[in-house]
Structures are given as structure tokens and as C-alpha cells.
Design a protein around this ligand. Sequence first.
Ligand code: ADP
Length: 258
Amino acid sequence: MYTLGIDIGSTTSKCILLQDGERIVAKSLRVGGMGTAAPGQAVQDILDNTSLQSADIARTIVTGYGRKNYSEADGEVSELTCHALGGHFIFPDPRTVIDIGGQDAKVIVLNERGQMTNFVMNDKCAAGTGRFLDVMANILQMDINDFGAYAARSANPASISSTCTVFAESEVISQLANGAGREDVIAGICESVASRVAGLARRAGVRPEVCLSGGVARNDAVRKALERSLDVEIAVSPLAQYFGAIGAALYGWRHSSK
Ligand code: ADP
């Protein structure tokens, strides 16, 4: 039985096709979130890549920021539930899932059965989210893909002390104007995001095993800075950005096999 999970985020739409709740058969990602054609395109990519028809999919569940505005699914489930399920699907015994997405960050604490026991979330402020990194990449006219590699070359990360994205933007510009190296400024930007997220994690009561979810997991400098700040190892999967979609597909399977 095939179940499809769709995660409609603020910046990207992700899909996962799951077979019998066990095997990931296909995945797709399109840039563009809520209010764009990206969710429909991501679903079409799955059908094209597998030569399946919509009728072959037993259940489709949608999650993410844009889930309420997507009418073609059989149901919608919260992001917290889906990221928890996704983390538990990929890692054997995660107790903390840290999700850093395009516009919010969540720290989800799980019990041994993978059920959520606590969470802390920042959805009010761009600092400590992918949005902060995207704004800075824009100022630096860089691809967000390259942030991790640049930061890794820094010997002396710049201190970005502003907690507000708008002030931090000016701070980055003046650091560069004063001759700070690009890699040091980028390392400082990544540390700033990590430090905000570490604050959330402490409030949630972080405990090992810890794993990352969301697109910012692709930025290794943020992961390393988080590890230093929390003094804990953080696991990251190449599928981290798909955890929400994996969780949605898994939810669909569990609820159709009952
Ligand atoms: P959403 O679900 O809100 O769209 P995602 O979990 O997909 O958010 O994460 C999007 C964020 O991930 C972007 O804001 C960006 O900062 C970050 N990101 C996306 N791709 C990359 C990449 N290749 N390298 C580093 N960071 C990335």
C-alpha cells in the first residue's frame, strides 16, 4: 500500500511516497511553498518518477505551514506530530528532534515510543530560523548551499550580537565594511542561529539522542555550532528536510491500516 506525505512549508514543498509504512519509494522537493504551484508540482514529480496514478495511492496526508490551504489530501496533521514521526522513522531512538525550517524552529522532546512529551517553538521571530540565513545570504549575494563550507574555513567567527534580523543585517554590513572576512561573518551568522535554537532546546529540556530536521540541517556550520553550544552530538540524515513529509506519509499508513 502506498501513502503519500506532503509538507508544504514557507519556502519549499516536499513529498515522500511510502510503501507499507516501511520503505521510501520516492521523494520530491520543489522550491516554493504555500500559495505557489510547488506543492502540486512536487506531487506530480512523484507520479512521474514512479509511473503511478493518483488512484494507486491509498492515502495522502498534508502537513506544514500551508496544510490548511491544500484541499487535495485525505487529511492534515500538525508539523510537530510529523517531525516527531519522521525523526523516529529515520533514527532508532531519538529523544529530541530539532526542526529548523524556513520560518520557524521547534524543539520536540520524545519518549521511548517516539511520542511527543514536550515542545518549544519560535514562530514569532526570523532570528534562529532559515529565514535569517536566507536574508544574510541575500546581503552577501551568496547561495545558501555554500554557507557551511565557508563557515568551516573561519578561524575567527564574527560576533553577531543583534537578536533582531533587521539590526543583524546592518551589523553584517558594517562588519564587512570594517574588513571582517566573509568566512568569519558567515560563521558568525551560523553561530547566531545556533545560539537562538540552543536557547529553545534548553527550555524544552534537550536530551540525547538528538537529531536535526528541516532544511537548515543541510547547513553543517549550524549543526556544529549547536553541538558546541548544547554539548551534545547531533545526528543528521540526508533526508532531514523530508522529516515532515515522511511523518505525514507514515501517519497516513498508520491510519489507513487500522
Ligand atoms: P519550510 O518547510 O518552511 O519551507 P525547510 O525545512 O524546507 O523550511 O527549510 C528551508 C530552509 O532551509 C531555508 O530557509 C534555508 O535557510 C535552508 N536550506 C535550504 N536548502 C539549503 C542548503 N542546500 N544548504 C543550507 N541550507 C539550506
